[in-house]
Design a protein around this ligand. Structure first.
Ligand code: IDP
Ligand code: MG
Length: 136
């Protein structure tokens, strides 16, 4: 069943640094996904650790949190039909080496760490992650 959803997208430091924000946003607009909110920020390592706490037991957790806080990021609320899944498709696989042609990570990802974008993976996490960055 189709329904209008919202999801959180992050353009990670490697992509902001290479000036890829507009190119990445264009990938969403082409798929009729609206960029409802967008802001460029830099977060502390503590905030990154809080954001990624689902991964706290993983061996790459510390590196992941250092990386997300290493430079400016662009956080966005995306809206569209089934946008949580759609955004995951547009992003491509976590490791750019395994990402399909035409996906953001295939086009722009450098490595599994510097994979250019984050996207929420479920309705529950989308709500939590949108709140994390955009609670008014
Ligand atoms: P996702 O970003 O595709 O949802 P997750 O499994 O949620 O992937 O992992 C979060 C982030 O942690 C990934 O985007 C990636 O940058 C990093 N990561 C995931 N798995 C590994 C790994 O095996 N080694 C190093 N970094 C990883
Ligand atoms: Mg994830």
């Amino acid at each position: 069943m189709n329904s209008t959803e919202q999801t959180l997208s992050i353009i990670k430091p490697d992509a902001v640094e290479r000036d890829l924000v507009e190119k990445i946003q264009k990938k969403f607009l082409e798929k009729k996904i609206k960029v409802l909110k967008s802001k460029k920020i830099q977060i502390s390592k503590e905030e990154a650790s809080d954001f990624y706490k689902v991964h706290q037991t993983k061996p790459f957790y510390d590196r992941l949190c250092s990386y997300l806080s290493s430079g400016p990021i662009v956080v966005m609320v995306l809206e569209g039909e089934n946008v949580i899944q759609e955004n995951r498709k547009i992003m491509g696989a976590t490791d750019p080496k395994n990402a399909d042609e035409g996906t953001i990570r295939k086009l722009y990802g450098i490595s599994i760490d510097k994979n250019s974008v984050h996207g929420s993976d479920s309705i529950e996490n989308a709500k939590k992650e949108i709140d994390f960055f955009f609670k008014d």
